[in-house]
Ligand binder design. Sequence first.
Ligand SMILES: Cc1cc2nc3c(=O)[nH]c(=O)nc-3n(C[C@H](O)[C@H](O)[C@H](O)COP(=O)(O)OP(=O)(O)OC[C@H]3O[C@@H](n4cnc5c(N)ncnc54)[C@H](O)[C@@H]3O)c2cc1C
Length: 299
Amino acid sequence: MKENVDLARMTTLGTGGPARYFREAASLDDVREAFELAEREEMPFAVVGLGSNMLVADEGFPGVVIRLVGELASVSMVDDVLQAGGGASLAVCLHRARAAALAGLEFACAIPGTVGGGVWMNAGAYGGEIAERLERALIASSEGVEWRTPDELGLEYRRSNLRHGEVVLRAEFRLAIGRSEDIRATVADMQRKRKAAQPTNRRTFGSVFKNPSTELGAGQAIDQAGLRGHVHGGAQISPKHANFIENASEATTADALALIRLARGSVQERFGVALETEVQFLGPVARDGTTWPADSLVR
Ligand SMILES: Cc1cc2nc3c(=O)[nH]c(=O)nc-3n(C[C@H](O)[C@H](O)[C@H](O)COP(=O)(O)OP(=O)(O)OC[C@H]3O[C@@H](n4cnc5c(N)ncnc54)[C@H](O)[C@@H]3O)c2cc1C
């Protein structure tokens, strides 16, 4: 267990302060030790995956953070089932599935995160999502360990019912028999589209907001509110896709948060639509359990 470990380098945006305690966990015992420390110190607990959908407070997270490695980041195939540790990257899962000529995870080529982060978010792209392929996930908490189905995990559009203090240790995905060259071609096509539409060569955390159930997408609404390219401190609303925030020049989390508030307020005012953030927040927890940012604007 290390103390005061910088979380900025563990996120794709590259902002935020330290975790009070941090450890890499390679086994259930390691995870249990981290739970015990959090309980003993009466501190909050969280997992970081590849930090590709995470905004960490500049003042840091006053709790215990773990990252899953080793056995808890391994991938194996048993017939048409892909078994992966929560810390395995979706890219490695896709690679292994393609090598075994098993289809169904192609959408994951667009998602630079882990299996655990993917389950937490029910990540998806190009019409595919984790919920479609997930058979079950092994969840650990201080209460114990249990397998849960997608229904039990409450997987919906970019959400699950998982809470900090619950860890996706492993997941199993049922895939379909396919052909490696078809999988390769589908992935190449998706990646081409991605590159054309989104700032893939910039530091971002993916979509800032979920797409609302209106005809106008979040990015279009922010664009039409005149905010494409808008700069605050070191952060910028992406000139390429307005539902992304780029770390343009030594941005802080406060810079990104200011843009989130501005975009949400402007879209509410102009279109009467309340955008809901997709990015996950990690920061101080108040005595009454309120989590940072204690600001209804970003919920
Ligand atoms: C360029 C870019 C493009 C993106 N495109 C897409 C896209 O097309 N579709 C999409 O859905 N997302 C997209 N994202 C967002 C992101 O990649 C996904 O949400 C991804 O699933 C997050 O995984 P992660 O491992 O990085 O999670 P993190 O960002 O590290 O964490 C996200 C949440 O999951 C929790 N978590 C992580 N691992 C575990 C675990 N093992 N157990 C319990 N909780 C855990 C964290 O505590 C946090 O609350 C994109 C991001 C970027 C930077």
